[in-house]
Write a protein that binds this ligand. Structure first.
Ligand SMILES: [Zn+2]
Length: 466
């Protein structure tokens, strides 16, 4: 048993993004008691710590903050070294000229192993305790990623990136239809819940991950639908991209609709991938399905995602880097679909979830006219924590610091980053207590950088982040 004392901040219960301001807990002298199995047994004010816990070893992190670990629901392992890639243009050109060649380098076993170690380092430095990781096409690279992730004690959902068609620059990443299915099935059998044998307790999880509809065919989508249906009850995930680039005629959305002759892009993942959006196979949507971007969804697509429990990974940093536009905040929230947040590194150029939340604040306050909105800091925290846990269908395990959850948390020490300590110690605060609390959380999320994330815990175990 260990007690951590500090400024406790999290969203209690299971709020929606809109309810999150009412769920915000901020206890300047808070305590988190974690038992030897890594579960939170007490969460609250230090003065309310039960007598039976008062003799437990106490680590005093004050004036540090205790926050839930960040959850990045969309990040690309084979793009570990591809951030800030110049010379690509928008999405499809950037893929062809920058990304496919860089991802092809993971064919080299040593290169992939080095990348797996660097990828884990960057996650830990950024306090990303759980991540949905878009994987490499190469099974040896995925083996390296899962092995290293397990060694470090991090949570992961990942699957090899599936491509069965593509341009010449993607040749090394493309497999036959049969191999695409075989390799995906083998990865599930090898790595899904490999650490504990039970998805309900595991840190390692596998997803079925076609890059996007343009990298596969109707045949691939039909076979993946069959495969996914056969492993749904084992807690396997589905992850891909949706509605990212809408350049008229030549962008991703129009090209997908033209190639598949469908009414909407989402139909291709919903089993309706035949011409005229006719049903050709099983749907890939559901409560463990996470679709990155969703910038240009129709109301019908948003409603279908909400209906099926599918989640969005919102990636505003990447959307700015690739000129993809801005997910309409009010319309997306109104649909009821769950919204989590993703760095989309290397489409994005940031590993740190709070920096992506900061970009989210900036793009939504800049939406035109009545669509513009000043997000509440609790809504930002929601996307980086509770929304991510919900996207992972792990809301009973992680995402906040309620008693009973697994203890995935961070210590943020403002002294590690002087712009943060300045904003916390000398920033102006309202005389109204609730607003002052919201101002402090906002300053924390906007100003924190990796050097201030001083300790990282997953299931109560401290992970070396230096
Ligand atoms: Zn992506």
């Amino acid at each position: 048993m260990q007690v951590h004392r500090g400024h406790l901040i999290h969203l209690t219960g299971k709020p929606t993004v809109s309810d999150s301001p009412q769920a915000l807990i901020s206890l300047p002298d808070g305590a988190l008691a974690v038992d030897d199995s890594g579960r939170i047994v007490f969460s609250g004010a230090f003065d309310d710590l039960p007598a039976e816990l008062s003799s437990a070893e106490t680590v005093d992190h004050r004036p540090g903050f205790l926050l839930p670990g960040f959850i990045d629901t969309h990040v690309h392992f084979p793009q570990t070294y591809s951030g800030d890639a110049y010379g690509g243009g928008q999405l499809l050109e950037w893929l062809n000229s920058c990304i496919f060649p860089s991802e092809s380098r993971f064919a080299d076993t040593d290169f992939a192993a080095t990348a797996a170690a660097d990828f884990c380092d960057r996650r830990i430095r950024a306090g990303t305790t759980a991540a949905v990781v878009f994987g490499s096409a190469f099974p040896h690279a995925q083996d390296a990623l899962f092995t290293e992730t397990r060694r470090r004690g991090l949570r992961i959902v990942s699957g090899r990136g599936i491509q069965t068609v593509g341009p010449d620059s993607a040749t090394a990443l493309i497999t036959s239809e049969d191999d695409a299915i075989r390799l995906t099935r083998e990865e599930i059998d090898k790595w899904h819940a490999a650490d504990t044998g039970d998805p309900a307790t595991a840190l390692l999880h596998v997803a079925v991950v076609p890059r996007f509809s343009l990298s596969v065919t109707r045949q691939t989508l039909e076979k993946l639908g069959e495969l996914y249906e056969s492993v749904r009850d084992r807690g396997v995930y589905f992850h891909t991209h949706l509605n990212e680039n809408n350049r008229p005629g030549t962008g991703e959305v129009d090209t997908t609709k033209a190639v598949y002759e469908v009414d909407s892009y989402l139909d291709t993942y919903d089993g309706k991938f035949l011409a005229g959006s006719k049903v050709g196979g099983r749907s890939l949507l559901g409560p463990r399905s996470i679709l990155a971007h969703c910038v240009h969804c129709t109301d019908a697509e948003l409603a279908r995602m909400a209906e099926t429990g599918t989640s969005i990974s919102h990636c505003p940093t990447s959307q700015q880097f690739l000129g993809s536009g801005t997910m309409p905040w009010k319309r997306t929230v109104a649909s009821g679909v769950n919204i989590s947040i993703g760095t989309d590194f290397g489409g994005g150029d940031e590993w740190l979830i709070p920096q992506v939340l900061a970009d989210s604040f900036k793009v939504h306050i800049s939406e035109a006219g009545d669509a513009g909105v000043s997000l509440h800091p609790a809504e930002l925290l929601f996307m980086g924590t509770v929304g991510g846990a919900r996207a992972l269908d792990m809301e009973d395990r992680i995402g906040n610091l309620d008693a009973g959850r697994e203890a995935d948390f961070l210590v943020i020490d403002p002294a590690g980053w002087s712009p943060l300590s300045g904003a916390i110690d000398r920033g102006t605060r309202s005389s109204e207590p609730d607003l002052a609390t919201h101002q402090t959380l906002f300053a924390l999320l906007m100003s924190v950088r990796e050097p201030a994330i001083s300790q990282v815990y997953v299931q109560g175990r401290r992970i070396d982040n230096r």
